[in-house]
Design a protein around this ligand. Structure first.
Ligand code: SPV
Ligand code: MG
Length: 432
C-alpha cells in the first residue's frame, strides 16, 4: 500500500482540510503531519492550541491512519523517515512565499520516485469565516498578552520590530520572507518605541508624548494586528503613576513594558554622555519594579528592567549589580543597552549574567552594533532582539527626498516611477 502524506498547521479543521483527506484516501495510507510550534510561528501564524491538542484533533478525523510531528517546515525530517509516495497539499502553495517549500519537497521526493498532488484550494465562505475567526481570536487581549512568554519558550530568539502606527503594525504583522536557508521567516512581535512614537508626532524623545497618546498609538496598532506588543515605557514615570499604567497595559493586552533606570528629564540613550542623563538609584528603581509587579493582575504581563550603566559609562560591574538587584525585585527580564559599534560589552554582560542566572530573559537592541546576527545573540543567551527604529528611519529619507523632488520639478511626474502605484495604495488595506 502506498503512503500519502500531508502537513497541517491549523488549530481548526475546515472543509478545505477535509477535502484534502478525502483526496488522500484514494491514493493509500493517510499520514498527517502536525507542524511543530517552533516552525509554525515562522511560516504561518501563532498556534492557539498545543502540539498535543493539534495532533489529537487530526487523529480524530475520519480517514486518518497516522499522525506524526513535523519539526521542519521544509519536510526534511518526515521525508527521510516516512518516504511518502505522495505529498498532498492545497494548490495555493504553487505561488507566493510557500512556493519555495513546494519546490524543495518536489525535488526531495523525486529522488526516490515520489510525487506531489496539488488539490484545488477550497475558497468557500465557511473556510474564510474560520480563518477570520481564528485571526480575531489571536487579537484578543488574553491571547495576545500571554504570547510573548509563550514565544520565549518556543523559539531560540524572539524577533521584534518597531511599529509606530497601524500601517507599520501591518508591515510587521504581514511580512513573510523566503529566507536564505530556504525557510520562511517573519517577526514575532512589535516594539512601540518612545523614539519613533515621539518622532512620528514631530516631538523630541523626552517623555513629552504623554501616556494617553502612547496608548492611542498602541490601540491603532492593536486594531489591525495580532502579534504581541512590547511597550517602551521610558522611565516608567512616578511609581504612583506606573502602577496604574501597568493595569491599563495588561487590560489592553500589551505583553510587556520595558522601563529604564533613569530619572529626571529622560533623553534618548543613543546620545550617551553627550547630554545630561541621570541614572536612578538601585533602591528607587527596584521599588518601582516591585510596585509594578504588585499592581499587576494577570500572570502573563512582563515588567522588564532596562539598564543604562553601559550607555552612561558606569561600567560592567554596575550593570551586573543592577541586573541582579532588579531581577530580585521581581523584574521579568533584563534589557541591557549599549551604544558601542560592536557587541563585545553586550557579550561580556550576557556571559557574566548567565553564569549566575540561566533563566531570566535578556533583551537587546542592536542599533549601533548592528553587525551581530540574531543567531549569534541567541548563542550568548539573549532571548529577545528588538529592531527599535528601522522602519521609521527607512521611511523618513524617502519621504523627504520625494518632497524636495516635487518642489524642484513643480510637478509630480519625476517622482512617480519611484512610488507605489496609486491603484495599489487604494487597495493596500483590505475592507472587512
Ligand atoms: C527607543 O526605541 O525609543 C529606545 C531604544 O528606547 S533607543 O532609541 O536605542 O534608546
Ligand atoms: Mg525609548
Amino acid at each position: 500500500m502506498k503512503t500519502v502524506y500531508t502537513c497541517f498547521c491549523t488549530d481548526v479543521i475546515h472543509d478545505g482540510h477535509l477535502n484534502i483527506i478525502n483526496h488522500m484516501k484514494k491514493y493509500g495510507r493517510v499520514i498527517v503531519g502536525c507542524l511543530s510550534d517552533k516552525e509554525m510561528i515562522r511560516c504561518t501564524k501563532f498556534p492557539i492550541t498545543s502540539e498535543q491538542e493539534r495532533m489529537a484533533l487530526y487523529q480524530d478525523l475520519d480517514g486518518v491512519d497516522q499522525v506524526v510531528l513535523q519539526d521542519d517546515m521544509l519536510y526534511n525530517d518526515v521525508i527521510e523517515k516516512i518516504h511518502p509516495d505522495y505529498v498532498v497539499h492545497g494548490d495555493n502553495w504553487k505561488v507566493g512565499a510557500e512556493k519555495s517549500i513546494r519546490d524543495h519537497v518536489e525535488s526531495m521526493i523525486a529522488l526516490y520516485g515520489g510525487q506531489i498532488i496539488d488539490v484545488p484550494y477550497t475558497y468557500s465562505e465557511s473556510v474564510k469565516k474560520v480563518d477570520q475567526r481564528l485571526k480575531e481570536k489571536l487579537s484578543m487581549p488574553e491571547y495576545r498578552r500571554k504570547r510573548l512568554r509563550q514565544l520565549i519558550e518556543m523559539t531560540p530568539v524572539v524577533k521584534v520590530m518597531e511599529a509606530h502606527s497601524g500601517l507599520t503594525g501591518l508591515i510587521v504583522e504581514k511580512t513573510v520572507v523566503d529566507g536564505n536557508n530556504g525557510k520562511l521567516d517573519q517577526f514575532d512581535g512589535m516594539w512601540v518605541s518612545s523614539l519613533c512614537d515621539s518622532t512620528d508626532k514631530g516631538k523630541p524623545d523626552i517623555e513629552l508624548v504623554d501616556m494617553t497618546s502612547r496608548l492611542r498609538t498602541i490601540d491603532d496598532i492593536m486594531e489591525v494586528t495580532t502579534k504581541p506588543i512590547i511597550l517602551d515605557g521610558d522611565t516608567g514615570g512616578l511609581t504612583e503613576h506606573f502602577v496604574y499604567n501597568v493595569r491599563t497595559l495588561e487590560r489592553m493586552g500589551v505583553s510587556a513594558v520595558i522601563i529604564e533606570d533613569k530619572t529626571g528629564l529622560k533623553k534618548n540613550s543613543l546620545f550617551g554622555t553627550e547630554v545630561v542623563q541621570t541614572q536612578d538609584s538601585i533602591e528607587n528603581f527596584s521599588a518601582k519594579i516591585a510596585a509594578g509587579k504588585k499592581a499587576q493582575l494577570s500572570d502573563d504581563f512582563m515588567i522588564i528592567a532596562r539598564i543604562e550603566s553601559l550607555i552612561l559609562e558606569r561600567g560592567m560591574e554596575d550593570a551586573l549589580e543592577r541586573a541582579f538587584a532588579f531581577s530580585a525585585a521581581g523584574a521579568d527580564g533584563i534589557m541591557i543597552h549599549s551604544r558601542k559599534k560592536n557587541p563585545a560589552e553586550i557579550f561580556e554582560f550576557c556571559h557574566k549574567f548567565r553564569e549566575e542566572d540561566k533563566k531570566t530573559p535578556i533583551v537587546v537592541v542592536p542599533t549601533s552594533f548592528n553587525q551581530v546576527t540574531e543567531e549569534e545573540l541567541a548563542s550568548r543567551g539573549v532571548n529577545i532582539v528588538i529592531y527599535a527604529n528601522q522602519l521609521m528611519r527607512a521611511a523618513f529619507p524617502v519621504m523627504q527626498k520625494t518632497a524636495e523632488d516635487i518642489l524642484k520639478a513643480h510637478r509630480a511626474k519625476e517622482v512617480d516611477g519611484k512610488l507605489m502605484p496609486f491603484k495599489d495604495i487604494i487597495r493596500l488595506i483590505d475592507e472587512l
